[in-house]
Write a new protein. Structure first.
Length: 269
């Protein structure tokens, strides 16, 4: 499915998503021709819209999105496995912005299995000339110039992604998602208060590990140097999927343990 996208109505160039980035994005996941984690993704979308003071239509129920994606993506286009990146944006038709109606746009990225670690491991580096905030809006996927800058920096330096720090010079996340650091039996995850994304995909994974006593999950404030101490690093991106990190600067990392943990999680579905 190349360049396949869907909209609630005909897109106009003069809209607030295009002009001001007045939009939120949330991913939904298709596996074996079924939506998975759809409730978690739906409630994250509702929470993101509330944080951005977007007017939530009464029609935006869980069943609405289940039918929308089933009819248009799974049955309509035969997608068996993939990620739906759903963007909802504010129109300019209300007396006040909070009363304005909303429209949506979504596109589909097909892949073999959204719960599998992608074959090509990543090379990352830390970027220090910019940082990301750690406030209420930092945890949801909204317009973020730091992500754009970081993506260009990565391309120009032959990297796959960069690690972004918060104003306290501690690790927040990568441009595309969250990082997990494995040390022994402990998996360290940057706190959301540090600037990490809220991620239904990540939360489902770590909840599975915790419930099955497969690892000790700890939320941490992680200084930049600690990335070099990890034995393995995993990048979980709601937008792009799951990847192992092979290299940060001169340090290389294994991926055996995380591969086993992800495989156990995948088999639980």
């Amino acid at each position: 499915m190349e360049n396949t996208y869907f909209t609630s109505e005909e897109l106009q160039l003069k809209n607030r998503a295009f002009l001001y980035g007045d939009a939120v994005k949330v991913s939904f996941f298709i596996r074996n021709s079924k939506l998975i984690m759809d409730e978690e993704c739906y409630f994250f979308l509702m929470a993101s819209m509330r944080k951005m003071r977007l007017n939530i239509p009464l029609t935006y129920t869980l069943e609405f999105f289940q039918n929308l994606f089933t009819e248009n993506v799974i049955e309509g286009n035969g997608v068996q496995n993939g990620i739906i990146n759903f963007l909802v944006f504010r129109n300019s038709d209300g007396i006040t912005l909070s009363k304005s109606s909303v429209s949506y746009y979504f596109e589909v990225d097909e892949m073999d299995d959204v719960l599998s670690i992608q074959q090509r491991p990543l090379e990352l580096d830390l970027i220090k000339e910019i940082n990301v905030n750690n406030n209420l809006l930092s945890n949801i996927r909204v317009h973020c110039p730091e992500n754009i800058y970081g993506g260009i920096y990565a391309q120009e330096n032959d990297l796959d992604d960069v690690i972004l720090l918060n104003p306290n010079k501690r690790i927040a996340r990568a441009t595309s998602g969250n990082l997990l650091f494995l040390e022994g039996d402990i998996i360290k995850v940057p706190k959301q208060s540090e600037g990490a994304y809220i991620s239904p995909l990540l939360e489902n994974f770590v909840t599975f590990l915790h419930k099955n006593n497969l690892a000790d999950i700890q939320e941490h404030e992680i200084i930049a140097f600690e990335s070099q101490k990890a034995e393995e690093i995993l990048l979980v991106s709601d937008e792009k999927g799951i990847s192992s990190v092979k290299k940060i600067r001169n340090k290389t990392f294994e991926s055996n343990r995380f591969t086993e943990l992800v495989e156990s999680w995948k088999n639980s579905f």
